[in-house]
Ligand binder design. Sequence first.
Ligand code: MN
Length: 286
Amino acid sequence: MVSRLQQAGLDAAWTATLQAPAAGTPIAVVSAVTERLARRTDELVSCGRLPLVLGGDHSCAIGTWMGIARALAPRGPLGLVWIDAHMDAHTPETTPSGMLHGMPLACLLGHGDPHLTALDGHVRLDPRRVCLVGVRSFETAEAALLRRLDVRVFFMHEVARRGLAVVLAEALTIARDGAAGYGISLDLDALDPREAPGVGTPVPGGIRAFALRRALARLADDPALAALEIAEYNPHHDRRGATARLIGGIVASLAAQPRPARPLAARRAPCNDARHAAGGASRRAA
Ligand SMILES: [Mn+2]
C-alpha cells in the first residue's frame, strides 16, 4: 500500500505497527493501546503529516482521535465524521455485550469508563462537530445518548435516499464548522458486506464502495482533513482478499489529486522523519 501511494506521488511511509499487550483486562489493554496510539497520531499531526490509521478493533479510535484532538487543540477543536453501520456509542452502563468496540464514540464524547475517558491529555470531542453516516444497526440506549448530545446521525436509509455524496457533504459541513481540522473514522462494516465481507459484524444493505471512493477522492486536496482511520478489518472473514483490496482502493482515492503543501506553522516539536514517517501520508507533494 505504501509503495502504491509513493507511486501516486505521495511522500508516504509506514511508521509503526502497535501490538496490543498480550495480557490484561480488555479495559487495561485498550487503555494501553490508546495512550500509545494517541502519542503517535499527536506526533504525526504536530509534524504536519496526515496520519492513516489501519485498525482491527474500532476501539483504536479512542487513541487515534485523542492524539489528533490534542495536537490540533492550540489551533481549535477537531471535527469527526464517523462512517459505521453501528453507533459505537454504548457506555459500560448500557452495553449489552460489554465489547469495547461498541463504545469508542461515546468515550471520545466523554462518556464511558474513566480508564478511557479520563486519560492524561484526553480532549473531549464537541458533539456539535461529530456526526455519523451509514448507521443501520443500533440499540435504543446508545441512540438516546447521541440524541441527548444532539449528535447528527445520517442513517443508512437517508444515505440511500439522498446519495452518499450529498450526505457526506452535509456531514463535512458539520465537522468542519469552527474546527481546526476534521477526521474520518471508517468502520469497514459501513460498507455493504457483499463488497466488504472482511469485518467482524456485517450488516446487510451498506454503502457502496465506488460511492465512498468517489466521495473521499474529493477530500484529497482538502488541507482541513487531519487524518483517516480505517478499522474493523478481519482477514479471517475476508473472501479472497476482496476487503483488503478495497482498503487499498480507498486509501489510493485520497492520493487521486496532487496535494498542497501543509502549513508548517502547526509544527510543535522538531520532527525526526525517520521516526515519524510511518503510518502517515504526507500532504507534501513529492
Ligand atoms: Mn465501529
